[in-house]
Design a protein around this ligand. Structure first.
Ligand code: FAD
Length: 472
């Protein structure tokens, strides 16, 4: 019987795997995890990700053992490892999940070259996206979708566009080769992840969300104090597939007793999942990259943001949440990113890198897509959206629940208006030593106007004759 090497990287699960369909019919899979230098260095850069990754790998190994196999772990160079494992198992093919960010795509090409040089067949598969890959081919040839999210969303929601989870069993080889020990958090300078991790806990979380909170998603997304689905973390490590999430959510829409607003809530969530596919697929697009003086690569003001001492309560609360948990409410992410790009005038890459060691989710293509969107630099954007952090605070967190939770200095103030008023008085009179909470580090309106003036000049200099690109 022939064998196929299944290289695990970003999709650490066994259910709903496109790679099973991609692998040679009838062949048995050899589950392989290669920790080469690049991968190990990347994991070690973020202790939270390292802890989550190790827990997810341990859960994957446990699942494989239930199927009479085990994860084969190797620490070493990609080429020599693939060569030796292929030789020892008689494998003729190598399959893996495609990556979407520029560095990941380069890695995939390197892997493909190694595999083909060894005379093996390379079988990469789209695993992360919910959209049927055949629709992508159609889409890219017609050049729609990637330039405009609305066009992409229409395609995504069209009948037959979303693929059902792939219900294919696979045969894994019994553990014929000795494995090196599973990666442990200490190896990367991290502590163990405390909560249960793996495809089973992730699916249980998905079921709970769909049954209990999905219909209220629009309120959650507007309100920093209300958590959103929390599925971003397991999705980013591929413990759940985008297909499975979108499919379970669409199934919920079949309930004839749903109220109109509940349907709207579900559609809103589907739009978020479509945005995920959109940004994953656009991960390698190239757009004009403005340099100084529009954005600067470093600033003496960045540490103040990172220490959550800007004096803008929503921005600081978001940073405290990130520092404490490795997560930040999606709406607050947009506020903090806007502050970073427009108020501090920092290049989006600097902002993204400043979160790199903190954020638990590991989805570089989404980090890139969202930071570029925040800076107004995606191909489908025509103007930056500068968010007023004070106005957003009054609108999204009127009772100050989120801000008071993360900024205990302000816990005695009863709501956002009081915090806001206190803030103004402090500016004028500097009376309130009690709170030890800093004054705003800058004037938002002044910074926003200065940025817009620079931006308008830059656009005028870079736009092709004929005005802005139109989105379809
Ligand atoms: C500046 C900035 C940086 C971000 N960096 C990352 C990142 O590094 N990694 C990452 O996975 N996400 C990133 N996001 C996207 C989004 O904030 C997270 O996916 C979301 O917060 C995850 O939490 P959740 O699962 O509770 O989200 P929910 O609101 O419950 O959304 C459900 C799912 O939809 C998808 N989704 C929702 N919003 C977006 C979006 N804006 N872009 C793409 N997919 C989306 C995600 O898969 C998410 O899990 C970033 C957003 C911003 C504004």
């Amino acid at each position: 019987m022939s064998a196929t090497l299944l290289c695990f990287d970003r999709d650490l699960r066994l259910s709903d795997r496109a790679v099973f369909a991609a692998s040679e019919p009838g062949s048995a899979l050899v589950p392989l995890l290669i920790l080469d230098r690049r991968r190990s260095e990347r994991i070690a850069r973020n202790p939270r990700r390292a802890a989550y990754f190790c827990a997810a790998v341990a859960a994957l190994d446990a699942e494989l053992r239930l199927r009479g196999s085990q994860l084969l772990v190797r620490r070493g160079a990609l080429d020599s490892t693939i060569r030796s494992v292929a030789r020892a198992t008689g494998a003729r093919c190598v399959t893996w999940s495609k990556r979407y960010d520029p560095a990941g795509v380069r890695e995939d090409l390197r892997l493909q070259a190694i595999v083909e040089e060894l005379g093996l067949r390379a079988l990469p598969a789209h695993e992360a996206i919910a959209l049927d890959p055949e629709r992508i081919e159609l889409d890219t040839t017609e050049e729609i979708g990637f330039r405009s999210f609305n066009a992409f969303y229409r395609l995504w929601r069209a009948p037959g566009s979303l693929r059902a989870p792939i219900d294919l069993g696979a045969r894994f080889t019994p553990s014929v080769l000795p494995s090196e020990p599973l990666p442990r958090p200490e190896e990367f300078g991290a502590s163990p992840w405390r909560d249960p991790v793996g495809e089973r806990p992730a699916r249980a979380a998905l079921d709970r969300f769909v049954n209990e909170r999905l219909v209220e998603y629009p309120r959650a997304i507007r309100t920093p104090a209300v958590p959103t689905s929390g599925l971003g973390l397991p999705l980013s490590f591929g413990l759940l597939s985008g297909r499975e999430v979108a499919w379970s959510v669409c199934k919920r829409l079949e309930d004839p007793f749903l109220l109109a607003e509940e349907r709207a809530g579900i559609e809103r969530f589907l739009r978020a999942m479509a945005r995920r596919d959109f940004l994953l697929l656009a991960g390698t697009e190239s757009v004009p990259q403005p340099e100084e003086p529009l954005y600067v690569r470093s600033s003496m003001e960045l540490p103040t943001l990172m220490e959550a001492r800007t004096g803008f309560p929503l921005v600081d609360a978001g940073m405290r949440e990130l520092l404490a948990t490795g997560n930040m409410h999606p709406t607050v992410r947009a506020v903090v990113a806007s502050f970073c790009c427009f108020d501090l005038g920092l290049d989006w890459r600097t902002g993204m890198e400043s979160w790199e060691g903190l954020l638990a989710e590991d989805e570089p293509a989404l980090a890139i897509g969202n930071w570029r969107s925040s800076a107004g630099l995606r191909i489908d954007m025509h103007f930056p959206r500068i968010i007023d952090p004070e106005r957003q605070f009054l609108r999204g967190d009127p009772q100050g629940r989120y801000v008071r939770r993360w900024l205990p200095e302000l816990a005695l103030l009863s709501d956002a208006r009081q915090i806001h008023a206190w803030h103004d008085r402090q500016l004028a009179l500097d009376l309130f030593e009690i709170e030890r909470y800093p004054r705003p580090m800058l004037d938002h309106r002044e910074r926003a106007s200065a940025f817009l003036a620079r931006y308008t000049a830059w656009r005028a200099a870079t736009l092709p004759v004929g005005g802005p690109r139109s989105s379809r």
